[in-house]
Write a protein that binds this ligand. Structure first.
Ligand SMILES: [Zn+2]
Length: 294
């Protein structure tokens, strides 16, 4: 099956022709404008330039909160004029083809299922460890959107107490284990906040507490997810998942928090698609009629 995926980001837009989870042709450009008109024009232009994608349906990953029906964009923090907009209809009218829209982190999760680390799985959770912590939940081969469309937000699992979160609540995993929080913690400890370099120095006494706390909160979050959803696998993506030895460091922490019957089921994996996952997942969404691919 072939379809077109688009990944709308605050800095870049990617568009790709995807077949069976593999990218055949791709375009990536800086995001030229923030308004619905500017973004929609750019998406339509990029889609039209994918040579062999004529007439194929389009899926678009949107960096924000959508309504339960995936018609209206409710909150796009880095864009202007999108809140409350009938975004799907507007993009479809401009592109002139069937269009589906989905939260970009959910697209990431679908992408890993179609062509990445979760290929062949029906029940898995993806966590993206970056500036924030995003993710998606796939149950029975479908995105778990929740009744109101807001399900699947592992970054806001409560593992702490009063750490202020970007969502304006507190104690959330992202507020402690997101890259921004880690960099802040590094500065407070008098360390240079280069997380890549700090990870390689994690056995040094100055850096050990920072990473131990990070792994502890991630471990709590993943144990909670495992107890709640009993997934086949938990896939970890994003910049902070790429450090050498990351899974080996994380696994014992998660195991320690798991009830015994869950311990033998734990399957932690790292993302195999990385930055390509959202655009592949958006294409996966486009080529289905109401249901995601299995
Ligand atoms: Zn939060």
């Amino acid at each position: 099956m072939r379809a077109v995926g688009v990944d709308l980001g605050g800095h870049n837009i990617a568009a790709a022709l995807v077949e069976d989870g593999q990218i055949l042709e791709r375009l990536a450009e800086p995001t030229a404008g923030r308004t619905p008109e500017a973004v929609t024009d750019q998406i339509a232009d990029m889609v039209s330039r994918l040579a062999d994608a004529m007439g194929l349906p389009v899926g678009v990953g949107i960096p924000g909160v959508l309504d339960a029906e995936r018609e209206v964009s409710l909150l796009l923090p880095n864009f202007t004029g999108w809140n409350g907009l009938r975004a799907r209809e507007m993009i479809a009218a401009r592109v002139g083809r069937p269009v589906k829209i989905e939260n970009d982190a959910n697209c990431y999760a679908l992408g890993e299922g179609w062509g990445g680390a979760a290929r062949g799985l029906t029940d898995y959770v993806v966590l993206t460890l970056g500036t924030g912590i995003g993710g998606g939940i796939i149950i029975g081969g479908r995105i778990h959107r929740g009744f109101h469309g807001m399900g699947g937000e592992p970054g806001h699992i409560v593992t702490g107490t009063d750490e202020p979160c970007g969502c304006s609540s507190h104690g959330h995993l992202e507020a402690i284990a997101g890259a921004d929080a880690l960099e802040r913690a590094a500065r407070e400890a008098g360390l240079h906040p280069d997380l890549k370099e700090l990870w390689t120095r994690r056995s040094e006494p100055a850096a050990t507490p920072l990473w131990a706390r990070w792994l502890d909160h991630l471990g709590k979050g993943i144990a909670t997810i495992t107890h709640l959803l009993d997934p086949q696998a938990v896939v970890l993506g994003g910049g902070l998942s790429r450090g050498a030895g990351f899974l080996d460091a994380l696994r014992p922490v998660v195991l320690d928090y798991l009830a015994p019957p869950y311990r033998r089921t734990l399957d932690l994996r790292t993302s195999s698609l990385g930055g390509d996952a959202p655009v592949i997942g958006a294409a996966a969404l486009a080529q289905t009629r109401g249901e995601e691919p299995r």
